[in-house]
Write a protein that binds this ligand. Structure first.
Ligand code: ZN
Length: 202
């Protein structure tokens, strides 16, 4: 993700630690601009309907053909919840009420930070957005665990399903990290750190 050329003036950058800083950054030798790299926020939503969860089969890479909850990068000028509602419309043609926070999960090695909500349909019906091949309402005991697109969703859904069965809902905050070997798309190859699970009292 290095910036070889300055985003401001186009001159070549060099990799160095700026004065009063402690990390390597891409620095512009001409105008002095510092290219900071920060995680990008992603908003996603578990849509609950008729006792199941609405998932989309991806039409685009990465992970084409795999199932995911509607989600995507938050745009500038948009709140997390607005991003989640927009993605539900774009990917599942579902008008959704965002009801609660389910998990905040960051993935440091790829620079993403997810806010995953729970939502319900605010208008009946759903469809297939342009980034999806199919949208399907999965009963809880028929979720496609072996065909989920991303580990972050595997964790969020696993906690959701376990706690729903036990009647003990929690809000989760955690950091997930690939162990360095094995399939990057399998949650079994991830460590969960900084995990805070806060009970939700109805
Ligand atoms: Zn510059």
């Amino acid at each position: 993700m290095n910036a070889l050329h300055c985003q401001r003036c186009g001159a070549r950058t060099t990799r160095a630690v700026p004065a009063d800083d402690n990390r390597l950054r891409d620095l512009c030798g001409e105008c002095g601009f510092v290219h900071y790299e920060n995680p990008r926020p992603v908003a996603a939503c578990l849509i609950e309907s008729e006792g199941g969860i609405l998932l989309c089969r991806r039409a685009i890479e990465p992970r084409v053909n795999y199932w995911t909850a509607p989600g995507g990068y938050v745009e500038v000028g948009e709140s997390f919840q607005e991003g989640a509602r927009r993605e539900c419309w774009e990917e599942a043609e579902a008008r959704v009420s965002v009801d609660a926070l389910q998990a905040v999960l960051d993935i440091p090695h790829i620079g993403q930070a997810y806010a995953i909500f729970r939502g319900t349909l605010s208008e009946p019906g759903y469809g297939v957005g342009v980034e999806s091949l199919e949208t399907r309402l999965f009963p809880i005991d028929e979720l496609p665990w072996d065909e989920l697109a991303f580990p972050v969703l595997q964790f969020a859904l696993q906690w959701y399903v376990e706690e729903r069965a036990a009647g003990t809902p929690h809000v989760h905050v955690a950091s997930i990290a690939w162990k360095g070997s094995g399939d990057r798309y399998d949650a079994a190859n991830y460590d969960v750190g900084d995990h805070l699970a806060t009970p939700v009292h109805p």
